[in-house]
Design a protein around this ligand. Structure first.
Ligand code: FMN
Length: 200
């Protein structure tokens, strides 16, 4: 698939067919983690790839209710794969205490918490890799602090890895001609002039 086509097809999908994702395809998608940018190449990204039906069902039971109540399909329980995006913040502090990263002998003050930023960059790479494989993806935050903690406990992440959110992965059951299912279907795209400042 041409890259421009991949970009055009990337969207958050909230309805999946039950077909499983072949193991080799799934592995090709998740291995983009090694291509994801990270501040100082700290490599704090972590993923938990969840295919076990019971674990997926438990995550869906925590997070899916509001979507179904709003009239959307059961897209979290319906996705054959859930991928938890995790971040190990300590990797950043460790890296920025290495000699080439010290700022006047100390770790930088982190004006931006780049570990969360890097998780978003990985999200985009995963979406693009999945789209290029003919797959569809969605993303959700599990809910409030309690729901985040409950879902986090189901990911199997080792201690010290925080949860940024969950990617849904599978084959789309959405009509590609239909308007987007979430917020993108309710709000107009802002004009480029508002989004981009040019200082030529
Ligand atoms: C950080 C982040 C959090 C999001 N959280 C949710 C969410 O909890 N539930 C959901 O249905 N979509 C969520 N989305 C998807 C956005 O609603 C979606 O990206 C946006 O409406 C644009 O649509 P598109 O990605 O299909 O172009 C999230 C997206 C991002 C980047």
């Amino acid at each position: 698939m041409e890259f421009s086509e991949v970009l055009r097809h990337r969207r958050m999908v909230r309805a999946y067919r039950p077909d499983p994702v072949p193991d080799d395809v799934l592995r090709r998608v998740v291995r983009v983690i090694r291509r994801a940018p990270s501040a100082g190449f700290s490599q704090g990204h972590r993923l938990a790839v969840i295919t076990a039906p019971d674990v997926r069902a438990r995550i869906a039971a925590i997070s899916e209710g509001p979507y179904v109540e709003a009239g959307l399909p059961a897209w979290i329980s319906g996705a054959p794969v859930l991928i938890a995006l995790g971040i190990r913040e300590a990797s950043y502090h460790e890296r920025y205490q290495e000699p080439d990263k010290l700022d006047d002998g100390a770790e930088i003050p982190w004006p931006v918490p780049y570990w969360w930023f890097d998780s978003g960059a990985l999200l985009s790479l995963l979406q693009l890799a999945a789209t290029a494989e003919g797959l569809a993806t969605g993303f959700f935050g599990p809910g409030d602090h309690t729901q985040f903690a409950e879902v986090h406990a189901l990911t199997g992440f080792p201690a010290g890895v925080a949860l940024a959110g969950i990617l849904t992965l599978g084959y789309s059951a959405e009509d590609p001609a239909a308007p987007p299912s979430g917020s993108a279907g309710k709000r107009a795209k802002l004009p480029l002039e508002e989004l981009i400042t040019w200082r030529g």
